[in-house]
Design a protein around this ligand. Structure first.
Ligand code: NCD
Length: 360
């Protein structure tokens, strides 16, 4: 199924050269933001945020305003017709007829893809449940490019809620496409990286190991990517409390890290990094959030300038087969075609919206 517009739902829908160009443009903009002040004169961006956000929403809005464009949207669906039961299909159909580009964040996996099926303008995924967050990844790539000078040959530790953290899913998928990167996943057994991400890393020729403690990993890392335990994605408060406070990066642990280590975090931070670490020159998370504006300016410019079409659904419908993930958009919005990719022998299907696997 093709759409007339170029959407960004998952970075891996595009060749690496495309994201590299966006990151390089982000770097150019950072060095000379004023010269891009009128690139989007007369254009409108709609930001539809069905889930809380500070950085992602405001950095997209800032990006559009700094490019000369204007913004509309909501950050609380309770104030829109969503509260009356309007579907994603209808909301995006209407809003995309008002705006030139639509940015959507939603608590359910696959929601941005669902929006892209009917939108009459390009759609950018600003986070879909615990699934993906491609524009945070562009921010992270720009941060690595500026602060480490490379996107290859890095040893990257990812710590915390690796099962629910959409930022680390997207980042792993992206960094595994560059040569020589190694991943160290630091989490409790309950919060390990999903199998489908580990399979992507294996298929790419990158390597990963899984460890239980920060102390055993930190000394060997070029990059430590800390994440928040995603309270809102746990089945119960008890399950969350059992994981809370497991990993806390403090000054003592930073002593074990190399001099050239950088510490990243998509933010918001809860208690996984103590405030004393903020003054360590290796703490990069506030700069990282600032770089997000430049890379989003680059992304908006690229998408609006290219005017390409994109493939939205590539898979097949297997009569009556549904995704088994209760937090997949296809189990919330009935009209969506239930489309799956097959692994070759057609007994293992992967949902095209949320990547959940299913044996049939
Ligand atoms: C992240 C997100 O929303 O996934 N934040 C962000 O976009 N900067 C991380 C988080 O909420 O923990």
């Amino acid at each position: 199924m093709r759409s007339e517009y170029q959407h960004l739902i998952d970075l891996n829908d595009y060749p690496v050269s495309w994201w590299k160009n966006v990151v390089e443009l982000g770097e150019k903009i950072r060095n000379n933001p004023e010269s891009y002040a009128h690139v989007c004169d007369g254009k409108v961006m709609a930001t539809l945020f069905y889930e809380p956000s500070t950085r992602t929403q405001m950095s997209f809005q800032t990006a559009m305003i700094r490019l000369g464009g204007k913004i509309i949207g909501f950050d609380n669906p309770a104030n829109s017709s969503v509260a009356k039961g309007e579907t994603i299909k209808d909301t995006t159909k209407i809003v995309s007829s008002y705006a030139d580009i639509l940015v959507i964040r939603h608590p359910i996996a696959g929601a941005a893809k669902a929006a892209s099926l009917t939108a009459d303008c390009p759609v950018i995924n600003a986070g879909d449940g615990g699934h993906l967050h491609p524009t945070q990844t562009l921010t992270d790539l720009l941060t690595l490019k500026i602060e480490k000078g490379t996107l290859s040959g890095l040893t990257i530790g990812m710590c915390g809620d690796l099962i629910n953290g959409r930022t680390v899913h997207s980042l792993c998928k992206a960094l595994s496409q560059f040569p020589g990167n190694k991943f160290v996943f630091i989490s409790t057994p309950e919060l390990r990286m999903p199998a489908y991400i580990k399979d992507i890393i294996k298929a790419s020729g990158s390597t990963f190991e899984e460890v239980d403690t920060l102390e055993e990993a930190i000394g060997g890392l070029d990059v430590l990517y800390m994440t928040r335990i995603q309270q809102e994605r746990f089945a119960s408060k008890e399950d969350y409390l059992a994981q809370k406070n497991t990993y806390v990066l403090d000054r003592k642990k930073m002593l074990l890290g190399r001099k050239d280590l950088i510490v990243m975090h998509p933010l918001p931070r809860v208690d996984e990094i103590t405030v004393e670490v903020d003054d360590d020159p290796r703490a990069m998370y506030f700069k990282q959030a600032k770089y997000g504006v430049f890379v989003r300016m680059a992304l908006v410019m690229t998408i609006l300038a290219e005017k390409k079409s994109s493939e939205t659904l590539r898979g097949k419908i297997y009569g009556g087969v549904r995704c088994s993930n209760p937090r997949c958009i296809t189990n919330h919005e009935e009209y969506l075609p239930k489309s799956f990719r097959s692994s070759g022998d057609e007994t293992l299907l992967e949902c095209e919206y949320c990547d959940e696997r299913k044996l049939i």
